[in-house]
Design a protein around this ligand. Structure first.
Ligand code: SF4
Length: 476
């Protein structure tokens, strides 16, 4: 039986044409679970519950009863060109007016996780209202976009005018055509893939075909430019002369030969599986000078929407090459945002060995500790000393090596050098998902999983530091 087209396929289609196609007719066993989506579903429900003061019920029965909020409603109708369509609105909110149910009507509401209201939100609202109007026999002028930052609900009113409705129907017709054709190409904008449940499936195909967007630093625009200039895959990129590519990039206002060399080397490393040493990086010298000292290795877990760093994990080693014992790692939980007690504990920990460098991977850790030091009113001299102790391994790796990998995240780099996380398929998003689960259940099992994950993040950072030093010794 043919499935009805619905607002969910339409949303996917706006994000990536291929995603809509796969959602509609892909093999479900190729899909992976996405913590990002699960976080969105949990947060969405919590916020809708708050928005409707708990008067939130399910389906047509709730509409008839006149509940403040309705979830899980499905409505079908024929839309443009006699095509069967269905809507599954995220939420319907009761407002004043007249409908088949009485002296009230419903308007559609969507939840957004980030700060930006996108075409996906607008089209979802407009499409839902097109099918909801005949269903409730009442006009809909506005829809709502709901978000929550620092525990504060924000409501944005969206005018569902004729122009927007016309655009949505055109996109809907387009979707209908695409779903009848063969599978669309992988999107050029691969950033979209990071939170997509078809990522694994598409990554395999991109790798097999040598897609240019598999090369670190090559986004949709650069890939398009390279293709226009006769370089259509990684093999062709690796075989290009630096000077030729540099000149082409110059016309593209990417006026540096350094970039050309980076792309070509990245393509060569990717094809050969061998790393390429580039420069002697200033940050690497910091690590090498201190290599015989003790170190703190530091990693945090956070909830960016609530600006809450809920776990600070420290690995304390007297020497980078000694065996790691269980008690070298200490997690400091910050269950209540900005708890003075845990902030003091963290600073005390860092000052327990005043001269030791602090190794971390990426900017976040350094920024977070410096903010915390300011909140505790440390004097400027102490803050400057603290600042000078941070060594960012991400900067060192990127500045001194080209590795045969797609990106330089902690996971990708550490996996490449052979480090394995003890828990399967983990990520920062999954740790956040566990944190959200912990907050609603207070089950310590979730905290244990987060701590185990954070410990591995620290150990992975430690492995990268050792790899950098060993590699330097081998070369020099
Ligand atoms: S992984 Fe990327 S290309 Fe594949 S469906 Fe998702 S967004 Fe589209």
């Amino acid at each position: 039986m043919q499935k009805n087209l619905n607002n969910l396929y339409l949303k996917s289609f706006i994000r990536c044409k291929r995603k809509a196609w796969l959602d509609y007719q892909g093999n479900k066993s190729d899909k992976i679970w996405s913590p990002h989506q699960s976080i969105e579903v949990i947060n969405r429900y919590k916020n809708f519950y708050k928005l409707t003061n708990g008067d939130l019920y399910f389906g047509t029965k709730a509409c008839k009863k006149g509940s403040s909020g309705v979830i899980g409603l499905k409505a079908r109708s024929k839309v443009i060109n006699n095509i069967n369509a269905e809507i599954q609105p995220q939420l319907l909110k009761k407002v004043g007016g007249n409908s088949i149910w009485g002296e009230y009507k419903y308007i559609p509401v969507v939840y957004k996780l980030g700060h930006r209201t996108t075409k996906e939100h607008l089209f979802d609202l407009a499409f839902c209202s097109i099918l909801l109007e005949p269903f409730q026999e009442s006009k809909i002028e506005k829809g709502l976009v709901v978000s929550n930052f620092s525990n504060h609900i924000n409501i944005e009113k969206i005018d569902l005018n004729q122009r927007l409705r016309k655009k949505v129907l055109n996109t809907f017709l387009n979707l209908n055509e695409y779903l009848k054709s063969s599978i669309p190409d992988i999107t050029q904008d691969r950033k979209k893939c990071t939170i997509c449940s078809w990522q694994k499936f598409c990554d395999t195909e991109a790798k097999d075909n040598g897609y240019l967007t598999d090369i670190d630093g090559i986004g949709a625009k650069t890939a398009f430019f390279l293709q226009k200039n006769g370089i259509s895959n990684i093999e062709e990129l690796a075989a290009t002369r630096k000077v030729d590519l540099g000149e082409k990039l110059f016309q593209f206002k990417e006026q540096n030969f350094e970039k050309a060399s980076k792309f070509i080397n990245q393509a060569k490393a990717y094809l050969s599986g061998k790393p390429i040493r580039i420069f002697e990086n200033e940050n690497l010298s910091d690590l090498l000078i201190n290599k015989d000292s003790g170190f703190f290795i530091f990693d945090i877990e956070s909830n960016p929407d609530e600006k809450h760093d809920f776990l600070y994990g420290f690995l304390k080693v007297n020497n980078l090459f000694e065996n790691i014992e269980d008690d070298f790692y200490e997690p400091i939980l910050n269950l209540k945002n900005n708890s003075k007690k845990s902030n003091q504990e963290i600073v005390k920990k860092l000052f327990s060995n005043k001269d030791w460098p602090v190794l971390h991977y990426g900017e976040t850790e350094r920024v977070s500790i410096l903010n915390l030091a300011k909140q505790l009113n440390l004097d400027s001299k102490e803050i400057e000393t603290l600042k000078s102790r941070f060594i960012d391994l991400h900067l060192i790796v990127r500045g001194s090596w080209i590795l045969p990998i797609r990106n330089y995240s902690l996971k990708t780099v550490a996996n490449w050098i052979g480090f394995k996380w003890k828990q399967k398929n983990v990520s920062g998003s999954k740790a956040l998902y566990w944190w959200i689960q912990y907050k609603s259940t207070l089950n310590d099992l979730f905290l244990k999983k987060i701590i185990k994950y954070n410990r591995d993040d620290c150990l992975a950072t430690h492995q990268i530091a050792k790899w950098l030093i060993k590699k330097h010794k081998k070369i020099n």
